[in-house]
Write a protein that binds this ligand. Structure first.
Ligand SMILES: Cc1cc2nc3c(=O)[nH]c(=O)nc-3n(C[C@H](O)[C@H](O)[C@H](O)COP(=O)(O)OP(=O)(O)OC[C@H]3O[C@@H](n4cnc5c(N)ncnc54)[C@H](O)[C@@H]3O)c2cc1C
Length: 392
């Protein structure tokens, strides 16, 4: 997302931009849901990607108890979109000849006037600047700032997005139309509707985004990262290789832990998969003629649902700086100082909201926040809400 945003914003100020993607085939997002924010909508419009058929609008949030009874409601209209939809809108802004699949970044050489980038397929590219928008495990960052490493939050999520048509009537009636919270101790289950396959927004054709936060220390995560062939992965396991015994155990726990409608949702997910939660903020956004954006520059825990909005804002700030400075190095320095603080604030806010799960509560502030968030109404007021950067 950040790479596509950067290309779109830079093209608007007259730059020639090429996007290099590691994957050899067009990307698909496994149905991941994305909450939207005013900043994301602004960035989509300003970049030229637009808002066509962006997603499903929900009008309210509900919290339910273990029996499925609604224990709180909050009126909060919000558009819920999907990774696939955003990727398609942004992808349409790029000229085909400027988008290069199958280019795995290998290394960059810098001299005073630009960069030479080499890819694993043997090709090279010369440019004024390199923008590393290659995600939380960025190989660009690994070269320019190898000391910057994502930190495991001490929890992970199980997730999936079953088709609306596969859900029970109980789930369709009681939770599907809403942004739903179920908040047992040290867990969070969140669900909301998103577009269906091929961005189908018609009733009956949509999907339901399901997320179940679970606490697990580094040793637990390591054992979960052994795949069904016995191979140990470092950070997470590709969904088709997740061990069956882990999924069976999850389904067993769900029988006793989840309200009936959410249990039905989990049952409708053929292959739930897990994502460990990491965060970090790089101390710099630029390293010579290399700029970092999006998750490569800083990754927050997903409690605000703000990652793509941040990716868009990073890209826009970089393009604005290049537009407003005659000198490229001065522009990059400006981008570094202006976006670094915002990145840090977003990461810290994610940690604050993460205290709900009761992991590593180190300071009095952490414990105060943890206590405040044990009230499900506070969670509904804070999780993935618009304009959170204005909250104190
Ligand atoms: C559970 C979860 C829920 C989330 N929910 C939300 C939400 O509701 N709203 C929201 O806004 N955000 C959400 N996010 C965050 C959001 O997904 C990310 O912030 C966003 O995808 C970051 O975009 P990016 O382009 O910086 O990185 P990525 O999306 O990771 O993209 C990086 C790209 O770089 C490519 N790449 C990687 N290495 C190389 C290489 N060596 N050479 C070439 N290409 C390479 C990858 O293939 C990929 O296409 C969530 C994240 C998680 C984990």
């Amino acid at each position: 997302m950040s790479g596509l945003f950067a290309a779109a914003f830079l093209r608007k100020i007259g730059w020639e931009v090429d996007v290099y993607e590691r994957s050899g085939v067009e990307l698909v997002g496994r149905g991941a849901g994305i909450t939207t924010h005013p900043e994301l909508l602004d960035a989509l419009v300003a970049s030229g990607a637009g808002l066509d058929d962006l997603g499903v609008t929900v009008d309210k949030r509900i919290a339910i108890d273990r029996k499925g009874r609604v224990i709180a409601e909050k009126h909060l209209p919000q558009i819920l979109t999907s990774w696939d939809r955003l990727q398609r809108l942004l992808r349409n802004t790029i000229d085909e000849s400027r988008y290069h699949l199958g280019h795995d970044f290998e290394c960059v050489d810098q001299d005073g006037s630009g960069v030479t980038v080499r890819f694993a397929n043997g090709t090279t590219a010369r440019a004024d600047i390199l923008i590393g928008g290659d995600g939380v495990r960025s190989s660009v960052r690994a070269q320019v700032a190898p000391e910057v490493q994502p930190i495991y939050a001490g929890y992970y999520i199980w997730r999936g997005a079953p088709n609306e048509s596969a859900l029970s009537q109980k789930a369709l009636d009681s939770i599907f139309p809403y942004f739903t919270f179920f908040l047992p101790e040290r867990q969070q289950i969140i669900g909301y509707p998103i577009a269906g396959f091929d961005n189908d927004l018609r009733p009956g054709k949509r999907r339901y985004n399901f997320i179940w936060y679970r606490v697990g220390d580094a040793a637990t995560l390591k054992s979960m990262c052994v795949d069904q062939n016995g191979h140990q992965h470092e950070y997470s396991v590709p969904p088709p290789l997740i061990r069956k015994d882990l999924i069976d155990a999850l389904r067993d726990e769900a029988k006793t832990e989840l309200p009936p409608a959410l249990f039905d949702v989990l049952q409708a997910i053929e292959r739930p998969f897990f994502t460990p939660i990491y965060d970090f903020a790089s101390p710099h956004m630029t390293y010579g003629r290399v700029a970092l954006i999006g998750d490569a520059a800083s990754t927050a825990r997903p409690h605000m649902g703000f990652g793509v909005a941040k990716a868009g804002d990073d890209a826009r700030a970089l393009a604005d700086a290049l537009r407003d400075h005659d000198d490229i190095d001065a522009a990059l320095a400006h981008y570094d100082t202006t976006r670094r603080d915002v990145s840090e604030r977003i990461v810290l806010h994610g940690r604050k909201l993460g205290t709900h799960l009761g992991v590593n509560l180190r300071t009095d502030d952490d414990r105060r926040m943890w206590k405040q968030l044990q009230d499900y109404r506070a969670m509904m007021d804070w999780i993935a809400v618009p304009n959170f950067l204005e909250q104190r």
